[in-house]
Structures are given as C-alpha cells and as structure tokens.
Design a protein. Structure first.
Length: 296
C-alpha cells in the first residue's frame, strides 16, 4: 500500500489545477461546436453522437475490460456512469433555449453546493461567497430574466445535480484506476443514453457529413476533458475541486462569445472576474496549505 500512496503524494500540487483548466477549455469548445449543430441533428442526437463516439475512443485507449473493480467500487462506478450520461443529456437539452454561459452557470450550482457543504474555515466561505456573487452578476437577473427559458434553466440545474454526483462518485470509483475509470463510466452511460438520444434525434443525424464534426465533439467534450478531470478529481479534495470548477462559467461564456456570437453585458463581465478571483483564491489557499504540511 505504501507504493501507490507514495506515487500520489509525489504528484505536483499545481499539476491537477493545470490539467483541470485544459479540461474546461476543451469541454466548452466542444459544447460550442455541439450547439452549432443542434439545428441539424437535434440536441438528443448530438448527445448520442458525443457520448457514443467518445466512449469508443476512450475504450480503444484505456481498454476498460482489463480493469478489475472490487465489490465496494462497483456501486460508485454505476452511479458515476449514470450521472455522467444524465449530466450530458440534460445539459444539451438546456442549451437548446438558453445561452452557453448561462447554462454552465446554472449547472455549476451543483458543484458549488458541494463546495459549500465541505467548507470549514472562514477563508473557504469567502471564496465561495465571491463565486456566488460572480454567478449573481453573470446570470441575466432583473429585466433580462424574462429572456431565460424556465424549462431550459431547470434542465441546467438538473445537470448540476448530476455534476455533483459525478464528482463524489468519481472520486470513489476512480481512486484505484484513475483516468481509465472514465472509459467504463462512459460505457455505462452509453448503454442508456445513446439509444435514447438516437430515438429523439433529428433526421440530419443520419447524414455522413456530420460524422467528422461529431468525432471532434466527442474528442473535445468527452474523451479529453473527462480523462483529465478524472486525473484531477482523484488528487484534489471534493471541496477544492468543486470550487475550482467556478471557472467553468467564465470559460463557457468566452467560448459562447467567440464561437456562437453570444455577447456579455458589463455586469456579466464583472461576474466573470469575481468567479476567476474565487478560483484563484482557492488555488492559492490550497498551495499554501500544501506547503505548510511539507514544512510540518
């Protein structure tokens, strides 16, 4: 038992943070591309293509049939896979009627609640409060709230609940096998949500021209980010991981602006800066605690 523990402890404390940032940029770039294809294949169809092709890529790379899961790991693995699939399905349904940045901000309520539940120190609550303030300015509250579809907002919040479950179950399921676990989890999700997505897909999904773009979406939105997230989440506490994910709405809003033409107001930019500050503060606090442990 000492060897695996030693390898995990030798992992640089800053590297999971960098890995997580790359995962977010990949994920939101893929989400922008996926949303641009909703008129062709429909949100359920794009979900099916993303999940199905992503699972194929992950299985070819990680060969999950070689993994051995203990009885104690099987239930978290099943929950992890179901949460992963449900999170994707609900989120893409939400993006049909709400902007990408707003959708991710609402989805983030799940991880944020997880971060709040694990908070213990006054400084932790300061970063969480700053992230909440950022979300308040990021969302179009006030005159603009009438432009947010209630069903789309509810679907995004539901995706956030699945996201929190994904974090918790992923830490337990992936503790031993690391990023290879995501291939098995994605396979579990595909069994249910790929047929469901194809059933409600638009006719354009059956055109061969969409396949290269669907493969790119699978790489950007599933294979790359979920593998990187699994590396990060198994090396970061759930509270730290959840609060760091506050960068996700900022990355999504920027991606929506660059690739979908979704513009931001000045208050929303203020919200982005507050969210980034909260994530940076959490990161610096984590590194400081790590250094204190090394000195002790």
């Amino acid at each position: 038992m000492s060897a695996p523990l030693s390898r995990k402890n030798s992992f640089p404390v800053w590297l999971p943070i960098v890995i997580l940032l790359f995962a977010m940029m990949s994920l939101q770039g893929g989400a922008s591309l996926a949303k641009s294809l909703f008129d062709v294949a429909g949100a359920p169809g794009i979900t099916a293509l993303r999940l199905g092709l992503g699972t194929l890529l992950l299985c070819l790379f990680f060969k999950p049939w070689r993994l051995r899961f203990t009885p104690a790991q099987r239930k978290p693995l099943l929950i992890y896979g179901l949460a992963l699939g449900c999170m994707n399905f609900l989120f893409y349904l939400a993006l049909r009627t709400i902007p990408l940045g707003v959708g991710v901000a609402l989805e983030f309520l799940g991880p944020l609640a997880l971060a709040l539940a694990g908070a213990r120190r006054l400084l932790d609550f300061l970063w969480i409060a700053l992230a909440v303030a950022g979300l308040w300015f990021l969302l179009p509250i006030g005159d603009g709230i009438s432009h947010i579809d209630p069903l789309g907002a509810l679907l995004a919040v539901g995706a956030g609940v699945c996201w929190a479950i994904y974090i918790l179950s992923g830490q337990r399921a992936g503790a031993e096998h690391g990023p290879a676990t995501v291939a098995m989890g994605s396979l579990i999700a595909s069994v249910i949500f790929v047929p469901l997505g194809l059933l409600f897909a638009s006719p354009g999904i059956w055109h061969w021209e969409i396949l290269p773009l669907a493969l790119l979406i699978a790489l950007l939105s599933s294979a790359i980010p979920y593998s990187l997230e699994m590396i990060a989440m198994t090396r970061l506490p759930a509270r730290i991981f959840g609060t760091l994910m506050s960068l996700e709405p900022a990355v999504a809003a920027l991606s929506g602006m660059l690739f979908l033409g979704e513009q931001l107001t000045l208050p929303q930019w203020s919200g982005l800066l507050a969210i980034i500050a909260a994530s940076a503060g959490t990161t610096l606090t984590m590194r400081q605690k790590a250094r204190l442990k090394e000195v002790a």
